[in-house]
Design a protein around this ligand. Structure first.
Ligand SMILES: [Zn+2]
Length: 213
C-alpha cells in the first residue's frame, strides 16, 4: 500500500469517524504515529472540518514539535491517554471514540466487558472465534486528562486487549499501525453493539452457545 501522508490520514479518518457517530459534538479523537512523531487532532473542534495544517505534531514525551498554523487551537485533552498506548504498546495509531454503542456497552458490565463466539472478534489481535474477548472498563472522571493513570493500569492488567473502555464515556483503541487500529476499532464497535442488542433480546453475550459452532 502506498505511503499515506499522516496529516491527510488524520483528516480523512476524522471525517469518516464523524459520519459514523464516533466523534460528534467535538468529542473523540484520532492520532497517528510516524517514527518518533505523533500527529494529533486539536481539541474541541468540528472533527469533520479539520484541515491538515490544524494538527499538532508531538514527540513521545508529549512535547510539541510542530504547532498548528492557527495559534488559537488547543491540543487534544486525550493526549496523555494516547501517549499511554504509544509508550506501553508501541502503537502506530490510537483512536478515541464516543460511539453510542461503546457508551451503552459500558453500562452492561462491572470492571470488564466480555463477549464470545462472534465472527467479528476474529478481527482483533490474537483472538479466535472460541475465545472470550475481555476489555477492561475504567470509571470516568470529570476531566479527561485525569483518566491517564487508570488507563495505564488497565493496559498493564490486560496485555491481550488493545482497548480500554471508559464508563458512560467511550473507548480508546490502538493498533501497530493505523490500519490495524481502524480495523480493531471497527470490530470492537461491532462487538459492543452486538452485546447491547443481544442483552435486549435476552441473550447473554458472554455465554458459550449450546449449539455447535
Ligand atoms: Zn472522550
Amino acid at each position: 500500500m502506498k505511503h499515506t501522508d499522516p496529516r491527510q490520514l488524520v483528516v480523512d479518518l476524522c471525517r469518516q469517524f464523524y459520519f459514523q457517530g464516533w466523534c460528534t459534538g467535538t468529542g473523540g479523537g484520532i492520532s497517528v504515529r510516524e517514527g518518533q512523531h505523533i500527529f494529533i487532532a486539536p481539541s474541541g473542534v468540528q472533527k469533520e472540518r479539520i484541515e491538515p495544517e490544524d494538527l499538532f505534531v508531538i514527540d513521545l514525551d508529549g512535547q510539541i514539535v510542530e504547532p498548528p498554523a492557527d495559534p488559537t487551537l488547543k491540543i487534544s485533552a486525550c493526549t496523555p491517554l494516547f501517549l499511554n498506548a504509544y509508550r506501553m504498546r508501541d502503537a502506530g495509531a490510537v483512536l478515541h471514540s464516543h460511539s453510542i454503542n461503546v457508551m451503552l456497552a459500558t453500562l452492561l458490565c462491572e470492571d470488564e466487558f466480555q463477549v464470545t463466539h462472534l465472527e467479528m472478534q476474529k478481527g482483533l489481535r490474537g483472538v479466535g472465534y472460541h475465545d472470550q474477548v475481555r476489555v477492561p472498563v475504567v470509571e470516568n472522571t470529570a476531566h479527561e486528562c485525569d483518566l491517564a493513570d487508570r488507563m495505564a493500569q488497565a493496559i498493564a492488567d490486560y496485555p491481550a486487549a488493545d482497548a480500554v473502555l471508559v464508563r458512560r464515556h467511550g473507548v480508546y483503541v490502538w493498533g501497530r499501525d493505523w490500519q490495524s487500529a481502524k480495523t480493531q476499532a471497527e470490530c470492537y464497535d461491532y462487538l459492543f453493539q452486538a452485546a447491547v442488542r443481544m442483552r435486549q433480546l435476552g441473550i447473554d453475550p458472554t455465554r458459550v452457545p449450546a449449539t455447535k459452532g
